[in-house]
Design a protein around this ligand. Sequence first.
Ligand code: GDG
Length: 728
Amino acid sequence: MPKTIIVSNRLPIKIKRDDRGDLTYLPSEGGLATGLGSIYKEGDNIWIGWPGLPINKSKEKDEITQRLKDENMSPVFLTAAEIHDFYEGFSNETLWPNFHYFNQYTVYDEDMWKAYKKVNRKFAKEIALHLEEGDTLWIHDYQLLLLPAMIREIKRNLSIGFFLHIPFPSYESFRLLPWRRELLNGMMGSDFIGFHTYDDMRHFLSSVNRLAGIGNTNGQITVGNRPVLADALPMGIDYDKYADASAQPDTLDREVRYRTALGDVKVVLTIDRLDYSKGIPQRLLAFERFLEENEEFHGSVSLLMVVVPSRDNVPKYAQLKEEIELLVGRINGKFGRISWAPIHYFYRSFPLNALSAFYRMAHVALVTPMRDGMNLVCKEFIASKLDKKGVLILSEMAGSSKELSDAILINPNNIEQMVYVLKEALTMPEEEQIRRMDIMQKSLKRYNIHAWVNLFMERLDFIKNEQANLQTKPLDDQVKTLIKERYLSANQRIIFLDYDGTLVGFHPNPEDSKPDQELISLLKKLTANTKNKVVVISGRDRHTLGKWLDGLSLDLISEHGVWYKKYKKEWRQFAELDTSWQDEFLKVLEMYVDRTPGSFVEKKDYSLVWHYRKVETGLGDLRTRELTSHLKYISSEKDIQIMEGHKIVEVKDSQVNKGNAATNWLKGQKYDFCMACGDDRTDEDTFKAMPAEAFTIKVGTSSSSANYRVKDNHDIREILKLLVSLGS
Ligand code: GDG
């Protein structure tokens, strides 16, 4: 029975050693653990990860393994050195700062990188012990970026999903990492890659484009011949858990106790893990300025600040803790009174009911990270507000700001703005608080953690189905026999043939791809059969195509479907098209010609093509990456399509494509034998336009929706010869 395996660096359990040295086990309260509980606790499913503490004795390892097995978990034990170099090192001192745009803190250390690879390999080996055909793997987060490709090497057909919980940085940051290409390759071993926001997904795709030379269509990239999907899938919270906790007697008791202790003040709440990405010092500076500028709030507002200990073995975190404590001391020292503390600071974690009481009490939640993949605290605050009263101030740099536009959004670098909105939040009329809270609650209820898990699995299934549909089979003797049978029994046949790469090979100079004698004679014989209609469907301009294939009794479609010419008729256009966009794009293409020796621009009636088949290898690919992102940028608001073909980049009106043209040919006709042959992305539109029973044949190895695949243009000629040899 196929199972689902969840993999993350940490297992959803807290194992601690008590004073007597015995191990104690506590379930994790994290959102991920709750959300994925519905998966890993079922049947044979399992969660694989590090149990969170170094274990040396094999007796203890056995004890933990056995204990976790009962809870559908399996441990990967890490040594103290691995924890130091892989977890605290490469994960938290290299990837974390780079991905959060704190590159001044990024450590580049070859030994840490080696440890990262080694531990990812260790995870792969552990997973391999559990893997069976048909299993689904869901890998989480930045500590395991290499794992998808490592697993793919072990089992090629496995369904592998990956979710990144932190931001994926812009190419400008990511490119700084010496190991950027390996990291991307690792991620691309997945079938589906989920990010919290569209920007993260866009940044990832841009790095894939620039570093691996792979473009995308609607988030879909092709790795080898395997389609891989990237998508934005914002993670939700277990809404009901937080709403329920907020009504529990323990929470209400605590609220009364805390309120009594604090006195009659409005509470501004902040809760974060200790991390420089959370913007804690900046927030304290803003609060200090607020108190300086608004004396009327002295004595009536307190900041309740919970900082949860985290990574304090990493030097940067230890420094940050000191900085925070100095600031808290300074502010309390400066403004505090016997009867009023401006800041109540806690460096520790609290049980859920205490947290819930804090959320209930808070008039304002001040969530101001400099960068945050998502940020769940602000969502939990909203879910806990049963009376809908309270205001959320939220940083634009948190992934959650994309969903929570009814919060007061701020730039955490703008201290003045934070001071201003703090006053606005503290004085916001109740109806306005309720209006905003109501909208945000509805959205968070709907997009909760369970919806997120379901959506992730749906997207993974979707891409696996796409892959299955794209399983192009080699055109072998058995298929040839089928073609023969169907050809012979048909009375009205249509054959669509792409030209370059399909009927002829590629030449450095496109002008040299004229049809040779063999091809002309083959087409003559094929078209001599009155049951056959042959259509050459090409991206070439109509003049060249018309000249080269002149005299043959076939139909022509040129420029990917702008023009067509029925046998013995004149060239005609499918539709009136606008060309006003061309000047702007031509200037850009010419700029790239200037910078890329050997490249040139071909100007067609309704499209522009940048050719680079004569450009130095490597440089052509590099410029293609730059050019396509440049073109995509300037075409974002227009109905223009940028297509990469074989050593070309083509810019055209998106209404024009070979599929639409081929559909026109099929309309109203009753063909009982259909065949379409092509080699590049533009031919995919033709394949898709064909009826289900058609023979669609792809030349080359890249992924395709065609039914069958052949190696090169010679194979296509062999098929045409076969058809000709059948006579009638
Ligand atoms: C990463 C990304 C992304 C905090 N204090 C206590 C406590 N917490 C819980 C909160 C919340 C969680 O910790 C913190 O989650 P965040 O999302 O805010 O931040 P990270 O831990 O950095 O998580 C982040 C997340 O992954 C998910 O994808 O949102 O951007 O950095 O759930 O409630 N829980 C308890 N006591 C505390 O004192 N019990």
